[in-house]
Design a protein around this ligand. Structure first.
Ligand code: NAD
Length: 484
């Protein structure tokens, strides 16, 4: 069985920041993979735009190097790579000046989808949106794609939304959260809403708690300056973890369309309870063997920015009354894991003796490593020796169930870009969602600042600060293990 690829309409995709890190690592390699998959029509064009003095050929040389470095094995097909590079153009355009805009206007075609990917600092969003409009490059059918961070608090997110809204309708704005482009995240919706099994159990009567973990082994890397102004709460919780929580907790939308799904997500965010000071733990990693401490990484010996957050929150609605949602994310932890675990309640009465009672059903949705969904179920341990129970995963990992041909390797970015071309906003954040998420996050961060809160230290390679373990232990629960 071969994966179905539905070609998209012809397009001109302009990448502002076309020479930048994100374009090199994700956008260009992702587009190349879609090209290899046969999804890009022959008339598609990708127009890199940045400040570097390059021409088409110079840009193609840079793009070739980036694709060979980041696209994986497929890039060894040099013939296809040459054909793909032929779709690339380049223009020097200054987002804040007048240079290059008339040339860009002249290059764009009238009869194709026009999409503008703003892979630049958010400080330039308003300038670019304004000039696209002023030079008649964007019309009511054009699409604009913006990257995180979408603001650093509610006020700045509102200002960004307002600057985009001056020239674009909400239906034209695609705010990327690449977690939503992951295969498993979409499969979570298919599993939840495509099966009769789960919905009856998806509530406070049967779910004990939900835990969401996004653990990284890396430190802040070369992003120290940016990260230290942001921290884990702004960089991860406000967007990625919040989006995952919404998909788990939302009511079934009436249909799978952009506004129906996003309306339900917004209701979840608005129902999130404020987080009590005692229900949140911040951390900063210490130096490990041969690795620097957080403070050394960001070259700020007195910084109180967190590289780790764990928190407990509740959703104040009928479905989730009394069910805690535990979220944690951090850098330099024991393993690289992104996982949502829905932990079901104990049986009301067990017919089995002794410690055979402690088995629980857990639905775990893994974004990495080994993307997949499994349901932990209890069975009898095979063989003689009486009724001994063991937990085994009912594995819904796609590669195993569907065969290697259907194990689509496409990356979140490339799926999302194809959704932009198709005009499908379902997996993009709406402006009101982002603002509601900041409205929940702001008081937490303001509280830390008001108290001059100092993060707890944790060992590199550990599961995080001891207090984060206590957050769950106090409730008689524990975090799922972060495997190294
Ligand atoms: P970068 O600094 O590597 O690249 C910036 C690009 O913008 C360059 O191509 C540069 O030429 C161009 N540019 C800067 N000023 C310009 C101007 N006045 N006019 C025209 N072009 C100009 O940045 P990046 O890492 O590629 O990040 C781009 C955006 O994506 C940022 O908003 C960042 O926060 C976001 N983002 C990046 C990553 C990542 O992995 N790099 C991940 C998530 C989000």
């Amino acid at each position: 069985m071969v994966s179905r690829v539905i070609p998209v309409d012809a397009f001109d995709l302009v990448i502002f920041g076309g020479t930048g890190d994100l374009a090199r690592r994700k956008i260009l390699p992702g587009l190349f993979r879609r090209f290899l998959a046969g999804q890009m029509p022959a008339e598609a064009r990708i127009i890199g735009v940045a400040r570097s003095e390059l021409d088409d050929e110079g840009y193609r040389t840079e793009a070739r190097a980036a694709i060979l470095e980041f696209a994986g094995e497929e890039a060894t097909d040099r013939e296809s790579l040459d054909a793909f590079l032929g779709t690339l153009r380049y223009l020097v355009v200054d987002a804040r000046g007048e240079g290059g805009w008339p040339e860009l206007a002249a290059l764009m075609r009238a009869d194709v989808v026009r999409a503008f990917y703003l892979s630049v600092s958010p400080a330039l969003f308003g300038d670019i949106a304004g000039r696209l409009h002023q030079h008649g490059i964007a019309d009511k059918a054009s699409r604009i794609v913006v990257e995180k961070p979408f603001g650093r608090d509610l006020a700045s997110a509102r200002a960004l939304n307002a600057s985009l809204a001056e020239h674009f309708d909400e239906g034209q704005i695609y705010r990327i959260d690449h977690y939503l482009g992951k295969e498993t995240v979409q499969n979570l919706m298919a599993v939840r809403f495509g099966n009769v099994l789960f919905e009856p159990l998806w509530n406070s009567h049967y779910v004990d708690h939900v835990q969401i973990t996004v653990a990284e082994t890396v430190g802040v890397g070369g992003r120290g300056e940016y990260y230290d102004r942001s921290g884990a709460m702004r960089d991860m919780v406000q967007n990625h973890l919040m989006q995952l929580l919404c998909l788990i907790a939302m009511e079934p939308p009436s249909q799978f369309d952009a506004d129906a799904v996003r309306d339900e997500k917004l209701k979840v965010i608005r129902a999130l309870q404020p987080v009590d000071y005692h229900q949140i733990v911040r951390g900063q990693y210490d130096a490990g063997q041969g690795t620097p401490s957080y403070r050394q990484d960001v070259e700020n010996p007195r910084t109180h920015t967190e590289s780790f957050v764990a928190l407990k929150t509740h959703i104040a609605n009928w479905r989730w009354a009394g069910v805690p949602f535990y979220l944690r994310t951090g850098k330099r932890l024991k393993g690289r894991v992104s996982e949502i675990a829905v932990v079901f309640k104990d049986l009301g009465h067990s017919i089995f003796e002794g410690d055979e009672k402690r088995h629980r059903n857990i639905l775990s949705i893994r974004l990495q490593p080994n993307e997949g969904i499994d349901l932990q179920v209890t069975i009898k341990e095979p063989g003689p020796g009486g009724m001994r129970l063991i937990d085994v995963p009912l594995d819904m990992t796609f590669a195993d169930a569907l065969g290697p041909e259907r194990n689509d390797v496409s990356d979140a970015y490339e799926r999302l870009i194809m959704d932009v071309i198709r005009g499908n906003q379902t997996l993009f954040m709406r402006g009101d969602e982002v603002e509601a998420a900041w409205a929940w996050t702001d008081p937490i961060i303001d509280g830390w600042q008001a108290r001059n809160d100092v993060p707890k230290h944790y060992d590199t390679g550990s599961p995080g600060p001891e207090d984060a373990l206590m957050l769950m232990h106090r409730d008689g629960r524990r975090w799922r293990e972060i495997r190294g």
